[in-house]
Design a protein around this ligand. Structure first.
Ligand code: ARG
Length: 434
């Protein structure tokens, strides 16, 4: 009998998927529920999966792997999609696919399944990741093909005596993990409507925030955040603790119109308090310790990295290559960043590092200045040389135009353009007009 390993959240879709998969494909279903830090007690999941007809059920804690192998490289790469979205949902998908494929191999299953619909990015991320890890693995997405509405699903479950999961009626569709929370649907589908307060659960509104700012100090060792306000902690705990502090100060709310891979523009609301603070801190420290050209190249690669994460290309040589590039730069990303959190705003207030390229004796306008001011003159002469050359040429062109105009008017003035002292345009607007 065919075996299918299903990513099981315990919600209505994946609960209905258990009998649907076994009836449609004559298969045994093994449910896998993963803790990615969604802050939900998952004790119920095993029992519910088994009572819904699964032949096996696993509940696994993947928080540490998620933090170290997915969040951290994305943080170090500066991966933020379309300037705003820190990719919480997107980063979780390759890990979910990896675990499904691993468990399928262990359980002797040749297929995996998930509850994604046919409209979003998540189906692409899961399917493509699974294919990258095992091209022979079949991937089923029942919600993409069954064509049932929510009430059809409830009916389907009732007809089979399956308990319909009681979920709090939410006007939104959400996905949450350690790195943040995605909120969609309901009134949010109108991009003109401001997200109502009830869309948020990790961050306070500006009005509910404390009236004074908080300062948070993040220490990094070789690009890894290791301490918050002087207290060392493992990465998962650190992310959690930064999220708590930032959330109290309303930091991490994101409201954007984003370009989905499947071609749709969609209005997306996120709250990612830890991601917003840690990206700001890492970027700040990197600015202090990294040379100009290198950091600019890296930022371009960060955009590529965000795109590939968003587009489901985690398990690819391109991702590995950018990781390797970014890794070469992390050794010197050691030091501290102090950030000011205040009513939704997160601003770097200080930064220091033993590897800083900032040199006070070069930068200062005060005593102790070691910058060679006399060298500036020669530098500017050469730096400006191409500009000056263009300007001289523009002058010649303009003179030539005047001659042509005079000739056309029947005049007979002859100008030797090569002669020194030809008349140069005296105002910039003369040149621009050429
Ligand atoms: N637009 C985001 C993304 O594509 C969030 C998706 C939320 N997913 C969900 N199943 N509710 O990454």
């Amino acid at each position: 009998m065919e075996r299918i390993v299903l990513a099981y959240s315990g919600g209505l879709d994946t609960s209905v998927a258990i009998p649907w998969l076994s009836e449609t494909y004559g298969a045994e279903v093994i449910a896998v529920t993963m803790d990615l830090g969604q802050g939900e007690n998952l004790d119920f999941a095993r029992e519910r999966a088994l009572s819904t007809g699964a032949v096996g059920a696993h509940v696994i804690d993947v928080r540490e792997e998620f933090a170290c192998d997915y969040i951290l490289p994305a943080l170090q790469a500066g991966a933020i999609y379309e300037d705003r979205y820190p990719l919480a949902t997107a980063l979780g998908r390759p890990l979910i696919a990896k675990k499904l494929v691993e468990i399928a191999h262990r359980e002797g299953a040749r297929a995996i399944a998930h509850g994604c619909t046919g409209k979003g990015n998540d189906q692409v991320r899961l399917d493509v990741s699974a294919r990258a890890l095992d091209p022979t693995m079949k991937v089923y997405a029942p919600a993409r093909v069954w064509g049932m509405t929510r009430s059809d699903e409830i009916e389907y479950a009732r007809a089979r005596n399956i308990a319909v999961p009681v979920t709090k009626a939410s006007p939104y569709s959400t996905d949450e993990n350690l790195w943040g929370r995605s909120i969609e649907c309901g009134v949010l589908e109108d991009p003109w409507v401001e997200p109502p307060e009830d869309a948020f659960s990790l961050t306070r509104s500006g009005a509910a925030c404390p009236d004074g700012p908080a300062y948070i100090e993040i220490a990094f060792q070789s690009g890894v955040p290791t301490e918050v306000n002087g207290v060392a902690m493992p990465l998962t705990e650190l992310i959690h603790s930064v999220a708590t502090i930032a959330g109290v100060h309303g930091v991490g709310r994101i409201d954007m119109v984003e370009n989905r891979l499947v071609g749709i523009k969609s209005r997306e609301v996120y709250e990612a308090p830890a991601a917003v603070v840690l990206h700001a801190a890492h970027r700040e420290l990197e600015s202090l310790v990294t040379a100009r050209d290198l950091i600019r190249l890296k930022r371009e690669l960060g955009v590529k990295y965000a795109d590939l994460v968003y587009n489901g290309l985690w398990f690819t040589p391109m991702r590995q290559a950018i990781d390797a590039f970014v890794a070469t730069m992390q050794a010197q990303v050691t030091g501290e960043v102090r950030l000011r959190l205040f009513k939704g705003e997160c601003r770097a207030a200080g930064r220091r590092s033993p590897f800083a390229l900032y040199d006070h004796s070069l930068a200062t306008y005060e005593k102790g200045d070691r910058f060679d001011h006399t060298a500036a003159e020669g530098f500017i002469k050469l730096w400006g040389l191409p500009v000056e050359t263009v300007a001289r040429q523009a002058g010649r062109l303009q003179a030539a135009a005047r001659v042509a105009a005079t000739d056309a008017a029947g005049g007979s003035v002859v100008v030797d353009l090569a002669a020194p002292g030809y008349s140069r345009p005296s105002v910039v607007s003369d040149w621009v007009g050429l």
